[in-house]
Design a protein around this ligand. Structure first.
Ligand SMILES: [Zn+2]
Ligand SMILES: [Zn+2]
Length: 344
């Protein structure tokens, strides 16, 4: 690809958007994220599927409130600001599912960064569809925390004015969206069509893709929480950005992850050092160190590629070139970065 992709109709040019939409800067950014040892190079190579292949595209990797986070002026958050200024920001965790030949596009979680992060979908067909106000064939929501659904707010009249689009989620989440403003207004206007899917059964989306919902334990104040398993023509991918703890899951975590080809998992915190005064018992997420211990054998036996995402602004794994990224790579895990692609 050469040059910047075309802008959406009416979109203003700015130094930021011009930089941001040049995917080459993301790709070169990826190459400098860390000195990947040989064991991780094969994993990275698979992030560039051949043209035409159905794939998942990483649109964001940060915890709900983003990186940098509001009011945070630590060195780490200031580094997050530098990444934005350089045109290679970390956005809130999300992926897109892309079927290039069929020109179908799905969004998984609608984050506060939705406006900028969907620019990473550099397919001309997607931009044509966006101009026609039907960019997505469906939107999936894992749960009702702000980083995962508040991006829906720009799909109405004030924003893209999206045409009828299925909203795939659990029955409880569908009920929450349909009963609470301002989301209910999008449903009443026919823009979002809540399409609840039962747990643990395959649901066919189209010729190429199926999805399964796995319930996970999480702080369920408004609705419930799931991970999505997507099955494409060749591979399966689990997207599970939030869970209170692997040991609290009603599935055997290692077995579940070993049953897919790629797993994007909750990597909110590195260690308890980030949470002074808190105990493990009230921490609502697993630590990366625990996550790597839990899935080390899965990675060593090459049963699945484990990709760490949903990274909190306190997490030292955000420090490019730092010892935590080296440790992640040494143990054979992958740290998610915007622009990564996984064949499905
Ligand atoms: Zn979250
Ligand atoms: Zn959450």
């Amino acid at each position: 690809m050469t040059g910047s992709p075309p802008r959406l109709p009416g979109q203003q040019e700015s130094p930021f958007s011009t930089q941001l939409m040049d995917r080459r800067s993301f790709v070169s950014g990826l190459a400098t994220v860390a000195a990947f040892p040989a064991s991780s190079l094969s994993a990275l190579a698979r992030t560039f599927p051949a043209a035409g292949e159905v794939h998942a595209l990483v649109l964001g990797t940060a915890q709900d409130a983003g990186f940098p986070q509001i009011g945070c002026y630590t060195d780490r958050c200031n580094y997050g600001r530098e990444l934005w200024a350089e045109g290679r920001p970390r956005f809130v965790s999300s992926i897109a599912l892309i079927e290039p030949d069929a020109q179908r596009f799905y969004l998984v979680d609608a984050t506060p960064d939705i406006t900028h992060q969907i620019d990473l979908i550099d397919d001309d067909g997607f931009r044509r569809r966006a101009a026609e106000r039907r960019p997505f064939d469906g939107i999936f929501l894992t749960h009702a925390h702000i980083g995962h659904y508040s991006g829906l707010d720009v799909l109405g009249n004030e924003g893209i004015g999206m045409a009828e689009t299925p909203l795939f989620c659990t029955p409880r989440m569908a009920e929450f969206i349909s009963s609470n403003q301002p989301w209910r207004f999008l449903v009443d206007q026919g823009r979002l069509v809540p399409t609840p899917i039962p747990f643990d059964t395959w649901h066919r989306l189209d010729d190429n893709l199926e999805v399964q919902l796995w319930k996970v334990p999480h702080r369920d104040e408004f609705a419930d929480t799931v991970g999505f398993v997507f099955r494409g023509p060749s591979r399966t991918l689990l997207f599970l950005p939030d869970i209170n703890g692997w040991h609290l899951w009603d599935k055997d975590a290692a077995e579940a992850v070993a049953s897919v080809d790629v797993a994007l998992l909750d990597a909110s915190f590195w260690s308890m050092d980030e949470m002074p005064g808190r105990s493990m018992d009230d921490l609502p997420h697993p630590l990366i160190l625990q996550t790597m211990d839990t899935f080390q054998s899965v990675v060593d036996d090459r049963l699945a590629e484990v990709v760490l995402t949903h990274i909190n602004n306190s997490n030292p794994a955000l420090d490019d070139g730092g010892p935590q990224q080296a440790e992640i790579a040494r143990r054979g895990f992958t740290l998610a970065r915007e622009g990564m692609r996984f064949e499905l």
